[in-house]
Design a protein around this ligand. Structure first.
Ligand SMILES: [Ca+2]
Length: 187
């Protein structure tokens, strides 16, 4: 199977100020600010800088930044991006929302998460296959959603740093994300 050219979703280079940044804190989760950050990918000048708070209370053990847009990622089977943390050792969750089979804007959420190493502040490229996302039926806004993951129907991407894997690391942290792309993963 030949690999398609990666599709750049956001390299964060086109924004002149934080005001125009289409990445925003979600209404749920703990405090989070979204801003332009320093370059971390070895090219370009800007990244996405997320400054967030993690606390032990229910609903505050994560924070979330989302961008709402219609993306057609048909033909791709994963996301890839540069990640640099402050070594907090929080997990990074990702959530994707997509239209339902009828093309309606609903809550058709798909979740995954992975651990980041405590103390590791090096910038690194992370690949997250679509196959690692599990449909989150608990928050489905309509019944009987199709159990099929359809990359062409993506409408929302959410980054959720937090304690998804049982860590107990509280306080304020920062992470950077850059060159968010859709990719085909060699199999
Ligand atoms: Ca960049």
């Amino acid at each position: 199977m030949g690999n398609r050219t990666p599709l750049m979703i956001d390299d964060f280079e086109s924004y002149k100020s934080n005001t125009g940044l289409p990445w925003h804190r979600t209404p749920h989760g703990n405090v989070m600010s979204t801003a332009l950050g320093e370059a971390i990918s070895g090219k370009g000048k800007q990244s996405l800088k997320l400054t967030y708070l993690i606390e032990s209370e229910q609903g505050k053990t994560y924070a979330a930044a989302m961008r709402y847009q219609k993306w057609d990622l048909g033909g791709y089977d994963g996301l890839r991006f540069w990640l640099k943390t402050d070594g907090s050792g929080h997990s990074l969750g990702l959530c994707l929302n997509m239209l339902d089979e009828q093309g309606r804007q609903v809550w058709n959420l798909w979740d995954t998460s992975f651990e980041t190493a405590a103390g590791d502040t090096t910038a690194r490229q992370v690949t997250v296959p679509f196959s690692s996302f599990k449909q989150n039926t608990r928050w489905a806004s309509v019944p009987n959603l199709s159990p099929e993951f359809v990359p062409a129907n993506l409408t929302e991407i959410v980054f959720l740093p937090g304690l998804w894997h049982g860590q107990k690391r509280y306080g304020e942290s920062i992470l950077y994300i850059d060159d968010l792309e859709a990719v085909t993963i060699e199999r």
